[in-house]
Design a protein around this ligand. Structure first.
Ligand SMILES: NC(=O)c1ccc[n+]([C@@H]2O[C@H](COP(=O)([O-])OP(=O)(O)OC[C@H]3O[C@@H](n4cnc5c(N)ncnc54)[C@H](O)[C@@H]3O)[C@@H](O)[C@H]2O)c1
Length: 342
């Protein structure tokens, strides 16, 4: 089987590619290597080395192209059995400073992938990673607050946010991801395309090349270990449900295997209530594990930063039998080990 992974040099894509190649399938990564910091090339080098025999036999290919190039998408999606579309501009902050680039990559680029696949690989599974940002800041949500975190005050959210929560994207990133989210779901209705959409909360784990404004678990853990100063935007009580990459990959593969029941559906994906954590709690935990005291200062809230977001993942459990297995403690310990490697 041929799996095409757009954004496959990135964090989620390279982990997925590693699993697929290990299971004996072929992978074609399409990535323009534009993630700021230039480090995603290291993920690609790791995969090329680990699967050098497959590189030689062309069962593992890398195509350096942008998803904004429709003809290149048509050419490279031909023969795909599965397309994992992960390529994106991923930072809310960058989307605010350059909304045009964000729109071109996330909205127009995603449309290109979808439409190219419809034209040249119309039986393929087409998977898209959307985001919790499509729900926006959830105005009117009643919150609790204690010394370390925010919580949902209303009982109806005790399991988190489900897929029927009103869509109200905030920030250009929220909007551009929402556009693609809608197109992927609608292509199933209109054309019968076998699409699946995951609205993801915070994912973390090995091969994440974090930046200050994207990949906060990896960023904070790395800064604490190296004794560098951290800026906390807001009060540090922001809560997210964190999902380890091992669970992400399991979920994507399971949803793909069960395409007959998952097609045309959207799933909220995260670590759920049990794996929710605030910035302050994360820093405390890392200190207790490493003995290193975080050095930090506070700054103003960033635009479109939700005070709390926790996914209700019960639909994924019901429909394709998935639930997160890696606990936040185990996952953060793995992150500490990853960030500490030389
Ligand atoms: N990491 C998270 O916590 C998180 C949360 C919610 C949603 N998502 C979504 O999941 C997907 C994967 O995220 P990630 O964390 O692996 O991000 P990442 O930045 O590590 O990977 C994205 C990859 O896309 C590539 N890319 C960017 N623009 C491109 C273009 N025009 N053409 C081709 N490639 C391009 C980048 O070079 C990078 O390698 C993204 O769609 C993101 O929006 C991520």
């Amino acid at each position: 089987m041929l799996f095409v992974v757009t954004g496959g040099a990135g964090f989620v894509g390279s982990n997925l590619a590693e699993r697929i190649l290990s299971e004996g399938h072929s992978v074609r990564i399409i990535d323009d290597l534009s993630r700021p910091g230039g480090k995603v090339i290291e993920n690609l080098d790791y995969l090329r080395k680990k699967f050098s025999a497959k590189v030689k036999s062309k069962e593992f290919e890398f195509v350096q192209k942008s998803v904004t190039d429709f003809d290149a998408m048509k050419k490279n999606l031909k023969d795909a059995d599965v397309v994992y579309h992960l390529a994106a501009q991923t930072a809310v902050t960058t989307s605010i400073t350059n909304p045009t680039h964000d729109f071109q990559t996330n909205a127009a680029g995603s449309f290109n992938v979808l439409e190219a696949a419809r034209q040249v690989a119309d039986n393929a599974v087409l998977f898209y990673t959307s985001t919790n940002k499509v729900y926006g800041n959830m105005p009117g949500m009643k919150l609790d607050e204690n010394k370390t975190r925010y919580g949902f005050a209303e009982n109806k959210y005790k399991s988190g946010i489900a897929e029927d929560f009103p869509l109200d994207p905030e920030s250009p990133y929220g909007c551009s991801k929402y556009v693609a989210d809608s197109y992927f779901l609608d292509y199933h209705r209109t054309y019968g395309t076998k699409t699946i959409v995951f609205r993801c909360s915070c994912m973390y784990g090995e091969m994440q090349k974090s930046l200050e404004d994207q990949g906060w678990i990896s960023w904070l853990v790395g800064r604490i270990i190296s004794g560098k100063k951290i800026t906390i935007y807001g009060d540090g009580k922001q809560v997210r449900d964190i999902l380890h990459i091992k669970d992400v990959v399991d979920a994507v593969m399971k949803a793909t295997e069960k395409i007959n029941i998952t097609k045309g559906q959207v799933f909220n994906m995260g670590g759920g209530i049990k794996n929710s954590i605030s910035l302050l709690e994360l820093m405390d935990f890392v200190q207790s594990e490493t003995g290193k005291k975080p050095i930090y200062e506070f700054a103003d809230w960033r635009l479109a930063d939700q005070k709390i977001y926790i996914s209700d993942t019960s639909k994924a459990k019901k429909v394709f039998g998935w639930e997160p297995k890696v606990t936040k403690e185990e996952g953060i310990r793995r992150q500490i080990a990853w960030e500490s490697r030389v």
